[in-house]
Design a protein around this ligand. Sequence first.
Ligand code: PAF
Length: 286
Amino acid sequence: MNTVTTVRELRAAVAQARAEGKDVSLVPTMGNLHAGHVALVEKAAQRTDFVVASIFVNPLQFGPNEDLDSYPRTLAADQAKLHQAGCDLLFAPTVEEMYPHGLNSQTRVRVSGVSEGLCGGSRPGHFDGVATVVTKLFQMVQPDLAVFGQKDFQQLAVIRTLVRDLNMPIQVLGVPTIRADDGLALSSRNGYLSAEQRALAPQLYRDLQLLAERIQTGARNYEQLIVETKSRIEQAGLRPDYLEIRQADTLQPASADDRQLVIAVAAFIGSTRLIDNLTLDLAEIH
Ligand code: PAF
């Protein structure tokens, strides 16, 4: 696996792969890779001949009081994992390479609708930063396939909408969340948790499962269910940021008649904010 840091080298390597008749996939990441990322790269390698991964901690998607500076940067370990997973090319640019004219004068991409509420509500501007960097990466690599994790459910919806609305000839693939044995969704931010906090964290998934079970067995008073579940999350020692039941495709608030649902949650443990989600297909059971 080669690592390149400039757009010029990236384009040359992708052009070479194309000249050899290969189809190309892209797995955008911010590094500090775990088994969830490895699953994305493996999926990309199953589907295409030439896999590009990117590692870039994108300042445009972090708010002023967020963890941009402390976000873990672990390039050497990441390179080993990517190589092992079947990645052909790593693009690991600097901030100057990605934003040579500065952050303030950078053209922004805004995906209306699906960017609003949930994480978009708690992290203003976050999805504009994601949509902007992903658009730039798509323009640089021009992949046939792009692979993202379903753990960031709203991000995936933003990217699918972006690709649709800007007529990009890219297939977007969402890969199911990889979890630790106790159910906690793998995330680079899990590394911020103390041992005590780490022991509490799986409660989030347990509460999602409990809520999903109640809906599957016929409960439809979503407002009430949300109040009860939030209170259970609080009792476990976490601080809910949001908990919502939405339509899985549009991310609009769900009504009792909707059949494809996503339950999305964000909660703080200490100062660490974790997100998770569960999708439900009620058409399968009724
Ligand atoms: O999910 C992430 O790691 C980031 O939001 C992404 C998609 C790489 C954009 O910076």
